[in-house]
Design a protein around this ligand. Structure first.
Ligand SMILES: C[S@@+](CC[C@H](N)C(=O)[O-])C[C@H]1O[C@@H](n2cnc3c(N)ncnc32)[C@H](O)[C@@H]1O
Length: 223
């Protein structure tokens, strides 16, 4: 997949897969979208806990992980962050991303963002006394998640029009099994086949307002 860096409407970077014209985030604002979908609708539901366990489908640029740390580290919350990614960014790609400079109040941001990308794959490592990261270099189709106590799944795969098989019952079942009862999957999409496959996998769904440029998005609960 050939990809290039773009600047979205809120000034934050994203990547574009050239052959599809598909971007890793909304062109209306990458930080704005990630904050709305994953932080506000996902992470914030669990900020009363001492420790929050997150599983992400698609590490990509690391923006969701970065915004998670920017939210939890200043509040002294502990985070265990697992993220699955089959096509990691190259050193020369992530070195160009400027997310930390857009959140200057997060003082540890620059160091943590670099560390996130540089730490080895396929083992849990401590990035910070409050942050453990485990990057799984695997495909969503074949990954085996050994844990079943995640609070939140950030489901951030490419759009249904490009990768419909990733929005399947089988993949949602992997996500469902990884969550604890009371956990939630959050995603930016809201198509009917997606809702159907989530329900068949066991989820109870809720439709909520999406970020700017997107009317609706989905929450899927494990009851
Ligand atoms: C929408 S982007 C993720 C955006 C990411 N969360 C971020 O903040 O930059 C989708 C990601 O899924 C990855 N991907 C695509 N197909 C995959 C597959 N079959 N298994 C694992 N990862 C895949 C891509 O490499 C890409 O990083």
């Amino acid at each position: 997949m050939k990809r290039k860096i773009i600047v979205t409407s809120d000034g934050s970077h994203s990547l574009e897969v050239e052959e599809w014209g598909e971007t890793y985030h909304s062109i209306h604002g990458a930080i704005q979208e990630s904050n709305h979908v994953y932080i506000e609708q996902g992470l914030m539901k669990f900020m009363d806990q001492e420790e929050i366990k997150i599983l992400e489908f698609g590490l990509g640029t690391g923006l969701n992980a970065f915004l998670t740390m920017a939210t939890t580290v200043p509040k002294q919350k502990k985070v265990v962050y697992y993220s699955i990614e089959a096509f990691p960014l190259l050193h020369e790609e992530y070195e160009l991303l400027t997310f930390p400079s857009l959140l200057p109040e997060f003082q540890e941001g620059e160091d943590l963002f670099k560390a996130l990308h540089r730490v080895p794959w396929n083992r849990e490592v401590s990035l910070h006394p409050q942050v453990n990261v485990h990057k799984l270099n695997a495909t969503f189709e074949t990954v085996k998640i050994q844990k079943c106590d995640f609070d939140v799944v950030y489901f951030d795969v490419f759009g249904y029009q490009f990768q419909p098989h990733l929005w399947s019952e089988a993949i949602f079942k992997t996500a469902y099994d990884s969550l604890r009862p009371g956990g939630v999957l959050v995603t930016y999409a809201c198509r009917n086949p997606i809702k159907r496959n989530m329900k068949t996998a066991g989820f109870t769904i809720e439709i909520v307002p999406g970020p700017p440029g997107k009317r609706e998005m989905l929450l899927a609960y494990k009851k």
